[in-house]
Ligand binder design. Sequence first.
Ligand code: SF4
Length: 510
Amino acid sequence: MTPELKEQMRSDISLFAEKIRAFEAGEVDKKAYKGFSGGFGSYAQRNGGNMLRLRMAGGRLTKERLAFLADSIETYSIDRLKLTTCQTIQFHNLNADATIDLMEKALEVGIVTRGGGGDFPRNTMASPLSGIGQEEYFDVLPWAEGAADYLLTLVRDIHMPRKLKVAFSSGPDNITHATFRDLGFVARRDGTFDVYCAGGLGPNPRLGVKVAEKISPADIIACIDAMISVFTQFGNYENRAKARTRYLQDTLGADGLKAEFSKALSSALQTSPKLDVHPEPVTKTSEETISGPRILPQKQPGLYTVSYHPAGGNLPADKPRQLYDTIRDMPQTECRISPDETLYIINLTASEAEKVLAVTSDSAVTPFQHSVSCIGASICQQGVRDSQALLASMLEAVEEAGLPDNALPTVHISGCPSSCGTQQIGTLGFQGGVKKVDGAVQPAYTLLLNGNELQGSEAFGETIGTILQASIPEFIVELGRTAAASGLDFSAWLEKHEDDFRSLASKYLV
Ligand code: SF4
């Protein structure tokens, strides 16, 4: 970010300050405030207080940013933090003064909250193990960061029909969902990108359309300009419910979309700047070795990543300080936020990894404990169900039942159809809603089965039916017991016994 842009962003904060104070004084209604505050990365919470979303391209949480988190938590007595599926961190329960102060202080460490919500380019995503993953085709992070910097230059002036989510994937695990984002750059073995667009979760989810192949990384900005040109030209400015890029597949058709993107790209290639960036080499070496369930060997021999998944993506308020104090003097070590709400601590020698394991011993271990959930309706104004409460009740029931580690999969839960918990791509997904039973409206969730994010096998979960919220812990425990009784792990059991799954689920459907 240039110093000029940073200064502009800083001076704009006074506009936000005026608005949040007017909102607190009751001079602005909730809807009008949401429309404004989202553009600054903040929303008013359902029962008071404010959320501030800290965007970090590629989920890159450097030591400097980690220190910012730790200091902020202590200075403002922040009691709730949330890792999100868009690789950001949310501070919750802030008063107006803290929200304004933190917005400004975050800028100093390269954390921009502007455009964190609203109809703007959102946090640019990248595979969290970029540069270190053994399976990656190449390190996409420098291009994701370059793209993010470019997108920030557009935030103040651009007027798009809706938000634009841009993602980079460095390998087939596709954990950033680059093949089904508004705009996705999918790394190829040959060092170029295939480009997908007009995909996305939420209501009426769609896989993306491949609109370009073998794009040189230098031409990323041309692709972004082409996408914005198509979106602003053909997007729906009249009806917000039909305004996301995925509806371009309906209005233009896949072939029409490809043709329009191609036309816009030819023109952008003549005018858009080239992106000239390079990966940062990892120079650290070690010959020590370590292994364990939360240890991932990196492509750099002798270096390791530790994975840390706090339950429900709720990062304990004391964790940033503990982590910072632990890694402060470790060369090239930093953290990465994964879209599945896991935090990776990277570039560790074996003895450094031991220390990080010790301060993250509260991590999830089993696949089920790694379940993903949005913040839910106790905080989110748009929410219908408290997804975090559902997850907590399921974790407790599974713990009490003493099920084997692999008896259940990772589940994905959202408190409404907006998909912040990525329910459509989980082996099992739950989407919050309501169900009328005997004339009374009851809290309920739609159950989804067999979603898949892997590149080449992408699928959105099939809707199985609706289960009352109160029955879900019992359903999950019975499911785990049944799978465990077969002697197989959950995925092997499901593959062989899908009919049994359906008949078990049907007992709980309403
Ligand atoms: S999925 Fe719905 S309830 Fe959950 S955070 Fe998103 S908008 Fe809120």
